[in-house]
Design a protein around this ligand. Structure first.
Ligand code: HEC
Length: 289
């Protein structure tokens, strides 16, 4: 009996003691960043989304898929590579440019005529089936293709990543609590483990990841993993910000349209309320109440 009591006491103590021992590896709250897309008037910073796409293609696409996205989505209204036909007053010619300012500069170029999207898709080799022989083959991508997945199936993905599955990133900023801040913190949050915490073989310490140990090696460990064509310095912090911005757009490409529609509806309702009020005044004019 006594032995039982002691065992129960020891178990109870162990229960209390456990959270204490793991206190150092408790998941940290994501760092709150300033994002241009937050708030009811927020919009994406198109230059950042473009740079972020480059980071995704160059670095993250080696392990992560983006299955819900097709290359053509990049060139649709609100997309990072939406192109516009504008009239250049200096040259007197119409030209095709990227819409960097939310895209009200000219007429949206149809996807099949968008040179940026065509070039991005063509640079990717897409697995296909030979029409004559039925053999597996590869061909240059087309705007209508889905983003190429790095692995043929989840088993291959796990096998290449020490048993861990790199999640699809299509909706990652919506799928995780405080999504954009979380992804940004995760990418910049690698460090040495606190003293006394046992190292987990094949994993990397990151205090923003649940449990503290993630199977993803620090993907943005050094500067200049990409070369930005706009001259922005590709520091790890900058690349993390940009790729997060890109993933936020990918998770919710229609956000800007939805917000602007919401604002228009509010404005309409406001005007309607005023008109109804005037009508009410008119109808009850002269009636004592
Ligand atoms: C070498 C392969 C590899 C590369 C490159 C890589 N990742 Fe990962 N990533 C993984 C693996 C594996 C996991 C799953 C980790 C786990 O479950 O422990 C993961 C997980 C994640 C997660 C999810 C964390 C969670 O909450 O589940 C995010 C977000 C992520 N990666 C973003 C990125 C971004 C952004 C890049 C590019 C800058 C990138 N990764 C590059 C392998 C990679």
């Amino acid at each position: 009996m006594r032995a039982h009591c002691l065992a129960a006491l020891a178990a109870a103590l162990a229960l209390f003691a456990t959270p204490q021992a793991h206190a150092e590896t408790q998941q940290a709250h994501p760092h709150a960043e300033k994002w241009s897309f937050s708030g009811p008037f927020g919009t994406y910073d198109r230059a950042s989304v473009q740079r972020g796409f480059l980071v995704y293609e160059t670095v993250c696409a080696a392990c992560h898929s983006l299955r819900h996205l097709s290359y053509r989505n990049l060139g649709e209204e609100g997309g990072p590579f939406a192109a516009y036909r504008v009239f250049n007053e200096e040259t007197g010619q119409h030209e095709t440019t990227l819409g960097l300012h939310g895209g009200h500069e000219g007429k949206l170029v149809e996807i099949q005529d968008n040179p940026y999207v065509a070039a991005i898709a063509a640079a990717v080799m897409i697995p296909d089936i030979d029409r004559d022989t039925g053999e597996a083959t590869e061909r240059a991508g087309r705007p209508s293709d889905r983003f190429r997945s790095p692995y043929p199936n989840p088993i291959a993905a796990r096998a290449a990543n020490g048993g861990a599955l790199p999640p699809d990133l299509s909706v990652i900023t919506l799928a995780r609590h405080d999504g954009a801040n979380y992804v940004h913190s995760l990418l910049t949050g690698y460090s040495d483990p606190p003293a006394g915490v046992d190292v987990v073989q094949g994993k990397y310490y990151n205090r923003y990841f649940a449990g503290g140990w993630i199977a993803m090696p620090p993907p943005l460990a050094s500067a200049d993993m990409v070369t930005y064509s706009d001259g922005t310095a590709a520091t790890p912090e900058q690349m993390a910000r940009d790729v997060t911005h890109f993933l936020a757009w990918a998770s919710d490409p229609k956000m800007e349209m939805r917000k602007s529609l919401g604002l228009q509806s509010m404005a309409f309702l406001l005007v309607l309320t005023f008109l109804v009020y005037l009508a009410y005044k008119q109808v009850w004019r002269g009636t004592k109440h």
